[in-house]
Design a protein around this ligand. Structure first.
Ligand code: NAD
Length: 364
C-alpha cells in the first residue's frame, strides 16, 4: 500500500474546523483507493505566535520541505503590528511560484452564470507584489526620484511613495512552462495571457512575449492574449469563453477573486500554491473569525483543495471521487451549510459526514 506523509497547518479561526473536515474526507477516500496518509501537524499563525514567537516557525518550513506537500487552513493576518502575511512568507520561502485557482459551476451552487470552467494561473513571486515599496518620506524614495529625473525626461512628484513592478524573463518562462504543461496534462485547450502591455510595454510586454515564446513548444494548445480591463469586462459578461488565464501576480490576485464570485463564492473555492520543491493546498477563503467554533461554515473549499492535493500526488481516481462526493452533496442540498441553503442549514460536521457517506458508496 502506498504511504504518504503530508504536513498540515490547521490555521486560525475556522481553519481547524474545515481542515479537520478535509482530513476526514481524504482519509475516507484513501482507504477506498488503497493508499494511506500520515498527517504531520505543524504550527503557523496565532497559535504559533503565542508558542514560538513566530507566525511561521522554522520547524513548519522544514516539515513541508521534507514532505513536499502540505494542506493548509487560512491564517489571520494580525493587523497593525508590522507582521508580514504568513501566506506571502510561505510562498517566498518555499518558492511556490505558481498559484492555481479553478472556478467552475457546481450544480446546486447558486451563480449568475452557467458553463463556467476556468482556471487562473497566477505568477506568485514578482510584479508589484514583490514588496519593493518605499515610503513617501524615505531616503530611498527621494534617491529614486532623483535618479529617474536626472537620467530621463520623466517627472515624479516630490514626496511620492514608490513601488516597483518587476517582471523577469526567468520567472515568466517558469510560470508559462508550468501553465502549458498543466494545460497539456489536464487536457485544457486554450491559454489566455492577461496583461496591460499597451501601457506597460517593457514589464507586461516581456510577460506576453516570453509566454508566447513558451507557447510555440505546445502546438496543440491555443494561445491568445487579452488586456486586463477587457478581460474583466468579458469575464463578467461571457465567462464561458475562458479556459486558462495566465496572469502576472497583481492581475492574477484580482481576477482570481472575481472568478470565485462568478461561480458561487468562497465556501466552494479551492486553490494550490505550487513550486518545484513543494506544494501547498488551501481553501481560498480566510479565517472568518466571526464563525470560529460555531461549526457552521462550508468545508467544501478545504475538501476540494484536498482533491487538488490528491491530483498532485497522481492519485487521480481518488481525487475525482472526492470531488464528485462534494458535488453530489452540494447538488442534493439536504446536508449543506448556510451559504448554500440558508433556510435549512446543516452544520460543518453534518455536511462532512454526508460527503464521507458518498465516498463510502463510490464504486471503483
Ligand atoms: P474571510 O474569507 O475570512 O471571510 C469573509 C466572509 O466570507 C465570512 O464572514 C463568511 O461570511 C464568509 N466565509 C468565508 N469562508 C466561508 C466558508 N468556508 N463557508 C461559509 N462562509 C464563509 O475574509 P476576511 O474576513 O476578509 O478575512 C479574515 C482573516 O482571514 C483576515 O485576517 C485575513 O487576513 C485572513 N485571510 C487569510 C487567508 C489565507 O490564509 N489564505 C485568505 C484570506 C484572508
Amino acid at each position: 500500500m502506498k504511504k504518504y506523509t503530508i504536513s498540515v497547518i490547521s490555521g486560525d479561526g475556522i481553519g481547524p474546523e474545515v481542515v479537520n473536515s478535509a482530513i476526514s474526507c481524504i482519509d475516507a477516500v484513501s482507504h477506498k483507493f488503497n493508499f494511506s496518509i500520515k498527517w504531520e501537524k505543524v504550527p503557523a499563525g496565532e497559535e504559533a505566535l503565542n508558542e514560538y514567537g513566530s507566525l511561521l516557525p522554522e520547524e513548519t518550513l522544514t516539515s513541508i520541505k521534507k514532505n513536499k506537500v502540505a494542506l493548509k487552513g487560512p491564517i489571520t493576518t494580525p493587523l497593525g503590528k508590522g507582521f508580514r502575511s504568513v501566506n506571502v512568507d510561505l510562498r517566498k520561502k518555499l518558492e511556490l511560484f505558481a498559484n492555481l485557482r479553478p472556478s467552475k459551476n457546481i450544480p446546486g451552487v447558486k451563480s449568475r452564470f452557467s458553463n463556467v470552467n476556468l482556471i487562473v494561473i497566477r505568477e506568485n513571486t514578482e510584479d508589484l507584489y514583490s514588496g519593493i515599496e518605499f515610503k513617501d518620506t524615505s531616503q530611498l524614495s527621494k534617491k529614486l526620484i532623483h535618479l529617474v529625473e536626472n537620467n530621463s525626461s520623466l517627472k515624479i512628484p516630490k514626496g511620492s511613495a514608490i513601488a516597483l513592478k518587476t517582471i523577469s524573463k526567468s520567472a515568466t518562462k517558469r510560470i508559462a512552462e508550468f501553465a502549458f504543461l498543466y494545460a497539456q496534462k489536464n487536457k485544457r485547450k486554450k491559454i489566455t495571457i492577461i496583461h496591460k502591455s499597451n501601457i506597460l510595454k517593457y514589464t507586461d510586454g516581456l510577460f506576453v512575449s516570453e509566454s508566447e515564446n513558451v507557447s510555440k513548444k505546445f502546438n496543440s494548445i491555443i494561445c491568445d492574449n487579452l488586456v486586463v480591463d477587457n478581460a474583466c469586462s468579458k469575464l463578467v459578461s461571457r465567462p464561458e469563453l475562458f479556459d486558462i488565464l495566465l496572469c502576472p501576480n497583481l492581475y492574477g490576485d484580482i481576477i482570481s477573486d472575481l472568478c470565485s464570485g462568478l461561480v458561487g463564492g468562497l465556501g466552494v473555492s479551492p486553490s494550490a500554491n505550487i513550486g518545484n520543491k513543494a506544494a501547498v493546498f488551501e481553501p481560498v477563503h480566510g479565517s472568518a473569525p466571526k464563525h470560529s467554533g460555531l461549526n457552521d461554515v462550508n468545508p467544501s473549499a478545504a475538501i476540494l483543495s484536498g482533491a487538488m492535493l490528491l491530483n498532485h500526488l497522481n492519485q487521480t481516481a481518488a481525487s475525482k471521487a472526492l470531488e464528485l462526493a462534494v458535488y453530489s452533496v452540494l447538488k442534493e442540498k439536504t446536508h449543506v451549510t448556510y451559504d448554500i441553503n440558508p433556510k435549512a442549514p446543516a452544520s460543518t460536521t453534518e455536511m462532512t459526514n454526508a460527503i464521507i457517506q458518498k465516498i463510502k458508496k463510490v464504486k471503483k
